[in-house]
Each structure stands twice: as structure tokens, then as C-alpha cells.
Design a protein around this ligand. Structure first.
Ligand code: FMN
Length: 338
């Protein structure tokens, strides 16, 4: 059975979906598509390329998200990305932060679809064997989103881009922080569904405000795929159901406890390589939420992991996991008695 990874993806999230986070998420799901944080073309061309582009082999399928607005630089960065073996290169046309606006890319690019088309054409020319995709909003500021989204997608698809991830809300470039821009502008899923219905040849992935796997599954009848960001990060357990429920794989649901045990050897290897414990444990704080032991889990990790390093610091993780295991045993015993 062939699985199309873009049917379910975890959103690119700056400071969050770093390589340790992706390796952790991979312990819950084999098939979901994972994305890097946005990396600017300039950073790749002038910075520490290897640090920015390297990842762990287990992360596949994994997409590299680029930021930028210069076709030549993006083409070079995409080529480098492809040489690292990424499965997809995605161009960010949705990020509204001030830093990004001053570089004239991210969501501002919604207003300049011809430039985006030029960028994607150049990237497509530089990279022939993996897809170049675009992540966008439905418009910016006082745009009429019905006009803007269609104009944007029609122009950009002239570049050969067949795959769009649409965060179904506008970005307000003035007056809202990046964080507010992820919740205040209203969601319009129907507009994105209209785009899919009227451009059936394009692959349209819905993103924004999908808080549970069940909600995301409902949308799969109208879209080619769904992308979840914050809910997947804060409750990684939902990823443990993805292979079965989204991809129809004949595999058991992966519980947090099991995923964490799978992740442990990776942690040990990273600690040996000099990575600090907190760089990995910070991505797992949301595990077990709503279950007995969650508070102790969070407390142990957030009090003891920052500053801890060296392979022996794995004992902190083990202690936190053991405390959850004990709570689970108590809860089960209580259930039997009850
Ligand atoms: C901490 C954080 C960082 C983000 N960084 C990026 C980014 O680098 N590139 C991007 O396209 N979107 C970024 N986003 C937006 C997400 O990819 C996604 O579009 C948004 O959170 C809406 O999806 P959600 O409601 O499922 O979280 C970020 C979101 C968060 C919460």
C-alpha cells in the first residue's frame, strides 16, 4: 500500500520543530510528513550550512521549509537542501513576523504572486526530483481573500507548483504579533475548500486551528491533506493514532510511553554528542496531559532538565518516566478496585 505523506503533516514551527522534535515525533508515526523550522535562503548561503541542514535519517519523510524572496538565492538554497536528501522543499509565504516583513518575505509575498512564481520556477529548475511546494495564508490585511487566494494560487501554479498548504486565515501585517496572527484573524475553511473544488488538479492541504485528530479527519474528505501545528506539539500523543487513522496502516496505536522508550536511544546518542538534555525534553513536556502523573512528569523535566548535560543526565528522563509508570500502575489498580 502506498502512503502519501502529505495527507497528514506536522507544521513547520520556528524554535519548536527542530531536528530533536522531529526525531521525537517520528517515534509516534512512520508516515506523517514532518517539516523543518523555516530556514532563510541567506542563512543557508552564508551561515553554518551543515548545522542548518543536517538531520537524522529516521526523520524521513521530511520537508525543508525555506524563507526568502530572491529567486536566485532560493534556487541555490533549494539545491543544497535537495543534496541533503530532503523529500520536499517548501516556500514560506505565510509568516507575518516583523523580522520576516523587514526581509520582505513570508506573508508579504501574498501580495506579490509574480515574484513567488519566479522564485518557485527558479527552485524547480534547480531541483528536479523533489516537489517544490508553497505554504500561504488566504490573504493579508484588507485583502478580499476570495480574490487574493485564487489570484495567488493561479499565478504561482504557473511556475509548476502543484501543492499548496493553506493556513486558512489572513495575516494582518500591522498591529498583530506573530502569535496573535495565529489565532485572531478568523478561520475560513470553506474558502480553502472552494479552492480545492475549483482547482481539483492542485493538491490542497488545510492548515490552521485543527485542534484534534478527529477534527482533522473530518476535513480529509474535502482536502488532499491536513497539517497540524500546535495541537501536535502540545499533545504529541495524537500523532500515535495517525498511521492507523489517517493512513489506514495495520499497526497498533503508539502510546506516549512507548514512543518515549523508542526515543531514548536517540537521546543517549545525542547526549554523548554533546546535546543538552533540555534540547530534547522540552519537546515532550505535553505528553500525558490529562493523565495521572502528568504534573510530576512536567515538574521533573522542567525543574531538572535545564542545564543538565552528559550521558548520565538521561537519569532525569528515566526518573520522570518512572514516576509516570508508577502513577499508571496506581490508576489501573484503582480502576480494578472501582
Ligand atoms: C511557535 C510557532 C512557530 C511557527 N513557525 C513557523 C514557520 O517557521 N514557518 C511557517 O510556515 N509557519 C510557522 N508557524 C505557523 C504554523 O506552521 C501553522 O501554520 C500555524 O500554527 C497554524 O496551525 P495550527 O493551528 O495547527 O497550529 C509557526 C507556529 C508556531 C506556533
Amino acid at each position: 500500500m502506498e502512503f502519501k505523506p502529505s495527507r497528514f503533516s506536522v507544521a513547520p514551527m520556528m524554535d519548536w520543530t527542530d531536528r530533536h522534535c522531529r526525531a521525537f515525533h517520528r517515534c509516534f508515526t512512520k508516515h506523517a510528513l514532518l517539516y523543518t523550522e523555516m530556514v532563510t535562503a541567506d542563512a543557508i548561503l552564508h551561515g553554518d550550512q551543515h548545522r542548518l541542514l543536517s538531520y537524522n535519517d529516521t526523520e524521513h519523510p521530511v520537508g525543508l521549509q525555506l524563507g526568502g524572496s530572491d529567486p536566485e538565492k532560493l534556487a541555490l538554497a533549494a539545491k543544497l537542501g535537495a543534496s541533503y536528501g530532503y523529500d520536499e522543499i517548501n516556500l514560506n509565504c505565510g509568516c507575518p513576523s516583523d523580522r520576516v516583513q523587514s526581509g520582505a518575505f513570508g506573508a508579504c509575498l501574498m501580495k506579490d504572486p509574480v515574484r513567488v512564481s519566479d522564485c518557485v520556477s527558479a527552485m524547480n529548475e534547480a531541483v528536479s526530483d523533489i516537489p517544490i511546494t508553497v505554504k500561504c495564508r488566504i490573504g493579508v490585511d484588507d485583502d478580499d481573500p476570495y480574490k487574493r487566494l485564487f489570484e495567488f494560487v493561479d499565478e504561482v501554479s504557473k511556475s509548476g507548483c502543484r501543492h499548496f498548504v493553506v493556513h486558512a486565515r489572513k495575516a494582518w501585517l500591522k498591529g498583530l504579533s506573530a502569535k496573535q496572527n495565529r489565532s485572531i484573524p478568523p478561520l475560513d475553511y470553506d474558502l480553502v475548500a472552494k479552492l480545492k473544488a475549483e482547482r481539483p488538479d492542485l493538491e490542497i492541504v488545510l492548515n490552521g486551528g485543527l485542534g484534534t485528530l478527529e477534527t482533522a479527519l473530518e476535513h480529509l474528505s474535502r482536502f488532499d491533506g491536513v497539517m497540524i501545528g500546535r495541537a501536535a506539539y502540545h499533545k504529541p500523543e495524537l500523532l500515535g493514532l495517525v498511521d492507523r487513522k489517517v493512513f489506514g496502516a495495520d499497526t497498533p496505536v503508539v502510546e506516549a510511553f512507548e514512543a518515549l522508550q523508542t526515543y531514548r536511544p536517540y537521546m543517549v546518542a545525542q547526549l554523548e554528542a554533546g546535546v543538552h538534555l533540555h534540547g530534547m525534553t522540552r519537546h515532550m513536556i505535553g505528553c500525558f496531559s490529562g493523565k495521572g502523573g502528568a504534573r510530576q512528569w512536567r515538574r521533573t523535566l522542567s525543574e531538572k532538565a535545564p542545564g543538565a548535560k552528559g550521558v548520565e543526565s538521561i537519569a532525569i528522563f528515566d526518573e520522570a518516566l518512572e514516576s509516570v509508570a508508577q502513577q499508571l500502575v496506581v490508576a489501573e489498580a484503582e480502576q480494578h478496585v472501582g
